[in-house]
Structures are given as structure tokens and as C-alpha cells.
Write a protein that binds this ligand. Sequence first.
Ligand SMILES: [Zn+2]
Length: 284
Amino acid sequence: MTASNPIVPGEVVTVAPGVRRITAPNPGVMTGPGTNSYLIGDPDGDGGLALIDPGPELDAHRDTLLKTAGDRLRWILCTHTHRDHSPLARALKAATGAEVLGFGVTPDDGRQDETFAPDRALRDGDVVNCGAVRLRAVHTPGHASNHLCYLLEDHGLLFTGDHVMQGSTVVISPPDGDMQAYLDSLEGLLTLPISRFAPGHGFVINTPQDEVRRLVAHRLKREEKIFTALAAAGPATLEVLVRSAYDDVPERIHNVAMRSLHAHLLRLERNGRAVQSAGQWQSR
Ligand SMILES: [Zn+2]
């Protein structure tokens, strides 16, 4: 990342041969510079194109994607059904007839794109043949139970959606978000032939294995800080605990941090290190 090439919504940027990034105009605390949509396929050829994560329902983003893909869009793959990633699938399918693919189960937690209805449901290991390229679905629950990453096999490029972001921290929101599943899914990436990450938010990451180890270590360090705060506070609510366990992050994002705090506490509870009763948590 440099000051001379910031991520600009609507700009078409080639990030790898045959892979173009177009960022939606939805920047924010949770979305960084905005949601990245990736268009895959030879820009100068006449074969079909695949799109990973159409993005939020914004007319400007829809128009940019349609203009860039022309009439070549054939496959729309979604990493998960949060509202900044999948909703535009419907309008793009209506405009182009492209096939929509995704995990196919939408959790009922009030945070999802309930319009999502894939033509084909994918599971871990499924391979999607998109003309000259193959994309392998990798089930990565944790941020969302229906989260899939997609591996562009010939390039070792993994489209990580919200499983790994660049420049912002992934929020784990129980009950659909699950910290243990998230850590397991991160470790699982170390077994795959990956050379780069193309995240749903931010820039391409060129050191994927180092990044995975850093993220796991960061979460475990945070969890120990939470455990220490819990032991010191005695029975305490999330609202009280977040102040000490996240005293290094700005107060304005404490309400978001509280969700990941909750996810850590549930993992500590599962591991026999914490108990809760009537909204009060304590160590054991
Ligand atoms: Zn998400």
C-alpha cells in the first residue's frame, strides 16, 4: 500500500494476470476502503468471465461491473451472504443470465442477505470450471458459517472474502460467527498451495502463510488479555469487560469489538476457562 495507489471505488485494477479488482463505493469501519469484487478471465478474450463477490446493492457498482464485464459475465460466486458481499448477485443475474454460486445455506441471524438464492450450492472441495480457469471452493466457517474462499488453482491465488482482510480486523459475531471455527479455518489454509491472498477488503497479500500465523497469534494473544481482564474483574458484563480487554482500540468501535469479545468468551467457556450466568462472565 502506498499513498500513490490507494484503493479507489469504481477503478478497474489488474491484480494478477486475468484478475481484475473493482471496489464498491461502500467504505467504512467494517469494510475498509469498500468491498472488493474480482472479475476473472482474459480481459481481451471473448470467453466467459467469473465474478467473485458482486458486492452491496449499489447502482454505481452494478453499472461499473456491467460495463467492465460487458456481455461476458457467466458465473457469479459469493464468499458469504453478508450484505456487503452478495446482494448485487440478483441484479447482475437478471441483467446477464449468469449462474449464481455459493454455499447455499443462509443463517438466520439478522445480518444476512436474505435474497440470496444460488443456482448451484457449493461445498468444500467443489471445483467450478469457468472457461479456461478452475476455482476450488474452500469452506472456511468462522466469520460466517457459510463462508467459502475460492482458490484459483493455476495461480495459487486465494480469494478470501472476509476470512482474511487486509488493513482491517475480521469481526466474529456469535452465534453465526465462531472463534474456534475461525481459528481452525485459518490453520486449514496452511495446508493449501497458496501463494497470495486476494481479500474481500484491502490489497493483495503476498505472504499468505506468514499472515495466517500472525492472525492466529494475534487472536490467541487477545484471548489471553481477555482472560486476564476476566480474572481481575470477577463477574462482569461484556460492556464492562470490553473496556479493559480492548483498551488499546478506540472507544467508538467498542460496540463492534464486543461481538468478537463474546466469541472469545464462548471459546474460553468451551475450553473450561470461563462461565456465564445471566449475562455475567467470570473465569474459572
Ligand atoms: Zn462478512
